[in-house]
Write a protein that binds this ligand. Structure first.
Ligand code: DX5
Ligand code: ZN
Length: 228
């Protein structure tokens, strides 16, 4: 699977979301961080904003739900126009049922792991998912430093994907920038969320191109991608 770059609008100007979406033309997805001030100590946006944003841009929306009770709310984000919906396994009561519901409604189903949540207990769930998100910061805020200690988890997850012959995408989110993206790609990530590294740049579209080029070069050299 080709490298994908998903700018996070958490670092964009919330009063100008439609323009900010256009500013990253060429991005594969727009990453939309939904926070409820319970699962994480921050509050962002909800279903009505996702609905409006979906109408305002052709770039598909990758909704990352950092909320309690995703079993109840996640399907509404599909109805609002999200093409991919990520719930946190730490918050989900019935992750398999929820992933199936998201898929049945027509979106890609994705599950996220906080830094302290291991991948191993979820090996058997992976075929139910279209993407796995490994958080490389504690969720809640943009602009945090990348946690290098997550690289082994990315590597082990890539091995599990290979072992089971899955098409699962492996997303990393948090502190992904020009100085960390190559390490992520080398470890096995193929979908890269970047907030401050894109929207903090003078030219966000150029930042997306540069990150993609770096990730592609690192992937071409990575042992896990050999023969792909
Ligand atoms: C953090 C969010 C991220 C955030 C990343 O909890 O899930 O998507 O926007 O921001 P950066 O790339 O600045 O770390
Ligand atoms: Zn996110």
């Amino acid at each position: 699977m080709a490298v994908q770059i998903n700018p996070s609008i958490l670092s964009a100007d919330f009063a100008r979301l439609a323009e900010e979406a256009k500013a990253v033309q060429g991005a594969d997805w727009l990453h939309v961080d939904v926070m409820d001030n319970h699962f994480v100590p921050n509050l962002t946006l909800g279903v009505p904003v996702v609905e409006s944003l979906a109408r305002a841009t052709d770039t598909p929306l990758d909704c990352h739900l950092m909320i309690e009770d995703p079993d109840r709310w996640a399907p509404q984000y599909v109805e609002a126009g999200a093409s991919s919906v990520t719930f946190h396994v730490e918050a989900a009561a019935a992750p398999v049922r929820l992933a199936r519901e998201i898929r049945a409604k027509g979106a890609r189903a994705s599950m996220a792991l906080k830094p302290a949540t291991p991948i191993e207990p979820f090996e058997d769930l992976l075929p139910e998912l279209d993407m796995l998100l490994i958080m490389t910061v504690e969720p809640g805020f943009g602009g945090q430093a990348f946690l290098d200690i997550m690289l082994p988890k990315i590597r082990r997850t890539r091995e599990l994907i290979g072992k089971h012959g899955l098409q699962l995408w492996l997303q990393v989110d948090g502190g992904v920038s020009a100085s960390t993206i190559e390490r992520c790609a080398d470890a096995g990530a193929d979908v890269f969320v970047a907030g401050s590294a894109v929207y903090g740049a003078k030219d966000p579209a150029e930042a997306v191109r540069a990150l993609r080029a770096q990730a592609e070069t690192a992937t071409a050299k990575a042992s896990w991608a050999c023969g792909h």
